[in-house]
Design a protein around this ligand. Structure first.
Ligand code: FAD
Ligand code: FES
Length: 277
């Protein structure tokens, strides 16, 4: 069924219920939407602040698992700075959910590798929660997650609970502190130790463009099928619904054809600068 003009352009209201400081620049917002909606891992919303503007933000909560929608937002510029200054009970606008979703159903019965860098864990989090909840339908599940330093690891408690439920966790930091006893280096160094069956496995990658590029290329070289390697792309967006042309890369709109693409679909297109680092 086609959406009406009201549905695609008019934001509905939401109330901020709680705000958690994750790092000095990243906050987790718990939001109660006035109109409840169903959503899937990989989808995003256009989040608006009256008088400031609208930004695309990934849904980081899991539908039916988290009570309210959750958004993990890094302060980078005009609108995200204004959003990061909001307090509980503030009102925001929501359009969506928009975009496509991670094709996780295709990965049933196979090994699954998640590779996340920094804030790239935000769009992967609902997908990982889904896989963890349905773990018996997947074989080996591995998460490689990299942060700049140990204090920037996001959702650490949740990761520990994933590990208890059978996910192999490979955490790495670029710069360690005195207490860090884990791995040091970039995520791109670790797929080779994941012990997954590359020929049949599926990979879901999110992070800065350089990391996405290198990881996709190396997984392909290790034998993973280009149609089985997926990422979430970013671009400047205005409409979010395929009308304004702002998010065009190659021959695709990131807002409506994506944001989730396979390596086979995008390997010839230049990846844009991303904030998910
Ligand atoms: C599908 C999608 C999902 C996203 N999910 C999240 C999320 O979960 N959490 C989150 O914090 N951010 C997310 N982003 C990025 C977020 O939308 C941008 O950080 C935001 O639009 C910046 O707006 P601003 O007004 O604060 O910055 P501006 O004042 O517009 O810009 C500040 C600086 O950042 C650059 N910039 C702005 N937006 C982008 C962009 N999208 N890509 C590259 N450079 C940009 C500008 O050129 C400028 O240099 C997502 C983007 C997309 C497309
Ligand atoms: S944001 Fe307008 S076409 Fe994608």
């Amino acid at each position: 069924m086609k959406s009406t003009i009201e549905e695609i352009y008019l934001p509905s209201k939401g109330e901020i219920i709680d705000i958690i400081n994750m790092t000095p620049e990243i906050k987790l917002f718990k939001i109660k939407p006035k109109k409840q909606f169903h959503y899937h891992p990989g989808e995003f919303i256009m989040l608006s602040l009256w008088g400031k503007g609208e930004v695309p933000i990934s849904l980081t909560s899991t539908f039916g698992f988290h009570k309210h929608i959750e958004l993990c937002i890094r302060r980078v510029g005009h609108i995200t700075t204004a959003i990061s200054e909001l307090r509980p009970h503030s009102e925001i606008g929501i359009r969506g959910p928009l975009g496509n979703m991670f094709p996780i159903e295709n990965a049933r019965g196979q090994d699954v590798l998640f590779v996340a860098g920094g804030l790239g864990i935000a769009p992967l989090r609902p997908l990982i929660n889904k896989v963890v909840n349905e773990k018996k339908h997947f074989k080996r599940v591995v998460l490689i997650y990299g942060s700049r330093n140990p204090s920037e690891i996001l959702f650490k408690d949740e990761m520990d609970s994933w590990e208890k439920k059978g996910v192999r966790l490979i955490l790495t930091v670029e710069k360690k502190d005195k207490r860090w006893q884990g791995k040091v280096g970039r995520v791109t160094e670790y797929p080779k130790i994941s012990k997954i069956s590359f020929m049949n496995a599926y990979a879901f990658i999110c992070g800065p463009p350089v990391m996405i590029n290198v990881t996709m290329q190396s997984l392909s070289m290790m034998g993973m099928h280009e149609d089985n390697i997926f990422t979430s792309l970013e671009a400047h967006m205005k409409c979010g619904v395929g009308k304004c042309g702002h998010c065009y890369i190659g021959s695709k709109y990131i807002c409506t054809n994506g944001p989730i693409f396979s390596y086979a679909e995008i390997k010839n297109d230049a990846l844009r600068t991303s904030h998910k680092s």
